[in-house]
Design a protein around this ligand. Structure first.
Ligand SMILES: C[S@@+](CC[C@H](N)C(=O)[O-])C[C@H]1O[C@@H](n2cnc3c(N)ncnc32)[C@H](O)[C@@H]1O
Length: 287
């Protein structure tokens, strides 16, 4: 029998979901993503940076690293989810704003970060154009998006258990929302079209050991896969967890090492970038 697909319902609204799952996010997911964020920050270290906006900052997990990398800089965390912002480190400046309509003056910031958030925007280019607007000439933008899922033999067992216990199929929009930003070439085109220059995009590996209890709590308490677990009856949920636990207890430690890949991007806000890109694009079209 075909399993039903999860339908997009109001509860699937990402802001509601992030509000509800903020505590789990901070405890279980943010530390995993931080590794990739830290590597991106190294790209910008050493530059004279006084004002930073972290767009889609979530629980602000990257803020201590930003403070270490840019001592004395003013750092503003922006997010659409008040529930996530409430868990930012105490005393950090924050504001509820939409990435596509930032209430900040033009040319007022040295560095804008959009870390693991562009895939939430209907049109990622709108978020990048807004970042370009608030950056001063010579300011820089840094982005991270997913190129490939974080997976391990243990995460695959979890997916098999969901299937075996009759979970609904994944909501297909969960996958498709990553498509516009999941390769360096796509990110380069988006950044150029948003008016950035000196665009550099590359992929990086994200490796993290996610052990049994952490993995089960992660999959049952937050994230885009949680609705599949929620689609099971309480009895089926218990059986699914027991089955997954039994199978994972037989794994070796290396089977919990999850590997994924991310797209990193760094670019400059320069006055002439728009023209550069349009000229290059027109040249390509006429070839
Ligand atoms: C996967 S989390 C990343 C959080 C943080 N950057 C990190 O790496 O831990 C995505 C964040 O983007 C925020 N977000 C999604 N759409 C947004 C929008 N249109 N404007 C502002 N924030 C948004 C969500 O509320 C969430 O906190």
């Amino acid at each position: 029998m075909r399993r039903p697909h999860l339908q997009s319902d109001p509860r699937a609204n990402p802001t509601d979901r992030y509000n509800r799952e903020a505590h789990s996010y901070r405890e279980l997911w943010a530390p995993i993503l931080r590794v990739a964020g830290l590597r991106l920050l190294r790209e910008f270290a050493g530059a004279p940076v006084h004002r930073i906006v972290d767009v889609g900052t979530g629980v602000g997990f990257l803020l201590p690293d930003l403070r270490m990398t840019f001592p004395g800089a003013f750092i503003l965390g922006i997010d659409r989810s008040p529930g996530m912002l409430a868990l930012m480190p105490t005393g950090s400046p924050r504001a509820v704003m939409d990435a596509t309509q930032l209430g900040l003056p033009p040319a007022s910031v040295d560095l804008v970060l959009l870390v693991f958030m562009l895939f939430h925007l209907k049109a990622p280019a709108d978020g990048l154009r807004e970042a370009r607007r608030i950056l001063r000439g010579g300011g820089r933008v840094g982005c991270l998006t997913w190129a490939g899922d974080l997976q391990s033999p243990a995460t695959l067992i979890w997916t098999e258990c969901l299937e075996a216990h009759g979970a609904a199929e994944a909501d297909p929009t969960t996958e498709t929302r990553h498509e516009p930003v999941n390769t360096p070439a796509k990110m380069e085109a988006l950044l150029c079209s948003a008016g950035f220059s000196s665009v550099r995009c590359w992929t990086d590996e994200l490796v993290s050991s996610i052990h049994l209890d952490h993995l089960i709590r992660l999959r049952t308490s937050m994230g885009s896969a949680k609705p599949r677990f929620d689609s099971l009856t309480v009895l089926a949920q218990e059986a699914c967890v027991a089955d997954a636990r039994r199978r994972m207890e037989k794994l070796e430690p290396e089977d919990f090492v999850a590997r994924g890949s991310v797209v990193c991007a760094a670019a400059d806000a320069s006055r002439w970038a728009d023209t550069d890109y349009v000229r290059k694009r027109n040249k390509r079209r006429t070839r």
